[in-house]
Every structure is written in structure tokens, then in C-alpha cells.
Design a protein around this ligand. Structure first.
Ligand code: G3P
Ligand code: CA
Length: 279
């Protein structure tokens, strides 16, 4: 499938193509790359033995067959779990009424496809993609580790030659967080890496379109964009890019285009790209 080459709005696959495949798995990210996503979003957490893994929740209970906090488990514990079958069960539940097979088309035979995904493995996948695929990496709850998440993250990015881009515009990686402190740590150690401040609630300062010092990209929720007329305009007037999450509904895609949003973060990259190509 091809998409308009002059499309200026970037489509970011939220946790991979997470509508079709289990979030944060190799299967979901491969699907997002196949679908033509410009970038992949992932959340990162540290395991008890210091590995960065792509998991959204504090605990593994929702997305695996195990239990417990990521921070209390070692990578080998996580590697023994299945991060895929919950999605298949969800598909079954959705179709229970008509008694059909679940239509989840990505039930990989290869166990790695639905195992816990390390950030290192995701970086390898992106390096081997054969085209530019950007990564939007979100640091989750970095307070517990007092800087270790960012330190490990930057060490890993350095190994892939991604920690010191010539300029923010050229960087295929950006770091996102709800924590201004986490972004500050990243900027102090890697000043040219772009950072995104995620916004879920507006303080008066944020409402004015201002961001923490040094941050150039705002990441408001679609709910804020819908309900706060003029907010995106104020951000733009202050020279900020705007990346909006999580945009799954066609009318929200339309709104983002109208407002001149720079990046749409979505669970449905293929559907959003198709909609954009028709606009
Ligand atoms: O892309 C930002 C968005 O992912 C933030 O919310 O809860 O999905 O990590 P959450
Ligand atoms: Ca996230």
C-alpha cells in the first residue's frame, strides 16, 4: 500500500499496531512497520535486574499470564511469560455472540513474537526495518529509580549511535514523559535528543501553551485537544510541535488535520494512514 508522499502529519503506532496485535510485542511492532507507520511508540520500565522492557502497566497482570510488578521481576521471570494470549481471549470475548473464530490475524507461531520485548530488541527491529522508522520512547514512573531509567536508556541509545543526533530535527528517536524531571535528566545528558512533555491535565501555565524549560514538543491527550479550543494554537504560537495521543476515531483524525497537528499517536496506524491518504 502506498501513501501520499507529501503527507506532513506523522503517524505513530501506539504500543505498536496495538488494535490488531498484543501491545508492546514484536508482533505489534512488525505489523506497525508493515502498515507504514512513521514511528513506533513504546513505554519503558526497568526490571529488578536493570533491563529496560516495553510494558505499559506497573504490573504484568493485564497483558500477560503472570502477576507482579515489572520492577520486582527479573528479565528471566518476564521471559517465561506469554504477553500474547490475553489479546486472543479479548478477541474471543468480542465475538462470543456469533460463535466465530477470533479474527486476530497475528497469532505468531514464533514465541519471541509475543514474549516480553526489551527495548534493545525493539531498537534492533527498527535498525533492520529497511526504511526510516522513528521511535517515541516514554519513560514510565521514573521516580522509583531516581534517574536510572534515563541513564540506562541513554547508555542503550549510545550503543545504537542514537544518543547524540546532530540536531533534534534529524533524530529518529524522541523521549516522552509525563515527568518534567525525567525529561530534564535526558536533556542534561543528551541535549540534542528531542523531548516530548505529555499533558493529561492543564495547569494555568500549560493552558497558556507553555512547556517545561527546554522542551519543544507538547504531547496533549486528544481529550484536551477536543475540549480546549485555542490550546493547540497557543502551543504553535509559542513555537512548539504538537503530538496528540491516542487518536483512534476518524472524526478526531479530521480534527488533528484541521488543527495542523504534527503527529498522531494511534492504536490503528493502517486505518489512520488510509484516512489521511483520502483527505
Ligand atoms: O503516547 C503517549 C501516551 O502513550 C500516554 O499515555 O497511558 O498510553 O502511556 P499511556
Ligand atoms: Ca505511552
Amino acid at each position: 500500500m502506498t501513501h501520499a508522499p507529501l503527507r506532513s502529519i506523522h503517524v505513530v503506532a501506539h504500543r505498536g499496531a496495538s488494535e490488531d496485535a498484543p501491545e508492546h510485542t514484536l508482533a505489534a511492532y512488525r505489523k506497525a512497520i508493515e502498515d507504514g507507520a512513521d514511528a513506533l511508540e513504546c513505554d519503558v520500565r526497568l526490571t529488578a535486574d536493570g533491563h529496560l522492557v516495553c510494558v505499559h502497566d506497573r504490573r504484568v497482570n493485564r497483558t500477560s499470564n503472570g502477576r507482579g510488578a515489572v520492577s520486582a521481576l527479573e528479565l528471566s521471570d518476564l521471559a517465561a511469560l506469554d504477553f500474547g494470549s490475553w489479546k486472543t481471549r479479548e478477541a474471543w470475548r468480542g465475538r462470543a455472540s456469533d460463535n466465530e473464530e477470533p479474527d486476530w490475524e497475528h497469532r505468531p507461531e514464533d514465541r519471541e513474537e509475543t514474549s516480553v520485548l526489551t527495548l534493545e530488541r525493539l531498537l534492533e527491529l527498527v535498525s533492520d526495518a529497511g526504511r526510516r522508522v522513528e521511535l517515541a520512547i516514554e519513560t514510565k514512573h521514573p521516580t522509583r529509580w531516581a534517574g536510572q531509567v534515563e541513564e540506562r536508556l541513554l547508555t542503550l541509545l549510545k550503543r545504537f549511535g542514537l544518543d547524540a543526533p546532530a540536531s533534534a530535527a534529524e533524530s529518529p528517536v524522541r523521549i516522552m514523559s509525563f515527568s518534567a524531571r525525567s525529561l530534564h535528566r535526558v536533556r542534561a545528558a543528551a541535549p540534542t535528543l528531542p523531548t516530548v512533555y505529555l499533558v493529561q491535565f492543564l495547569t494555568p501555565r500549560l493552558r497558556d501553551g507553555r512547556l517545561p524549560a527546554g522542551v519543544r514538543i507538547a504531547g496533549p491527550s486528544i481529550r484536551i485537544v477536543r475540549n480546549q479550543p485555542g490550546y493547540v494554537e497557543r502551543l504553535k504560537r509559542n513555537g512548539h510541535q504538537v503530538h496528540v495521543w491516542t487518536v483512534n476515531e476518524p472524526e478526531d483524525v479530521e480534527l488533528c488535520v484541521e488543527l495542523g497537528i504534527d503527529a498522531i499517536i494511534t492504536n490503528r496506524p493502517r486505518a489512520v494512514l488510509e484516512q489521511l491518504s483520502r483527505m
